[in-house]
Design a protein around this ligand. Structure first.
Ligand code: HEC
Length: 87
């Protein structure tokens, strides 16, 4: 279970994503999920509206979304959902 930034797949936005999302809850809540970029986008909006996450816009939002979609992609249903896409 990734609880330190070093446990996460390397990539642009890794530190920013971990720092932001792990500020309020275990990063595990994020890494347990696998979603498309659109669904991650909705999740960010939900975090902002429901849980008072600072609103992310423009390049900052793109950076986080790109990282989330790449590190925690939607799981292909054909593989039973347990498959983690390696980088
Ligand atoms: C300001 C605080 C705050 C920040 C920052 C925050 N969250 Fe959350 N998040 C919460 C709270 C509180 C919950 C618990 C929701 C609940 O109990 O339903 C939660 C729950 C979640 C869940 C749901 C887990 C589940 O099992 O349904 C996901 C996914 C999630 N957060 C993703 C993120 C992501 C991705 C980020 C970073 C971009 C983030 N959160 C940043 C407050 C925050």
């Amino acid at each position: 279970m990734p609880e330190a930034v070093e446990d996460l797949p390397a990539g642009p936005g890794r530190e920013e994503t971990f720092g932001l999302c792990a500020a309020c809850h275990a990063y595990r809540l994020v890494s347990n999920q696998g979603m498309s970029r659109e669904r991650w986008d909705e999740t960010l909006t939900w975090m902002t509206q429901r849980h008072n996450m600072p609103e992310l816009q423009g390049a900052d939002r793109d950076l986080i979304l790109d990282y989330l979609a790449k590190a925690h992609p939607q799981k292909p249903p054909s593989l039973g959902g347990g498959f983690r896409q390696p980088f």
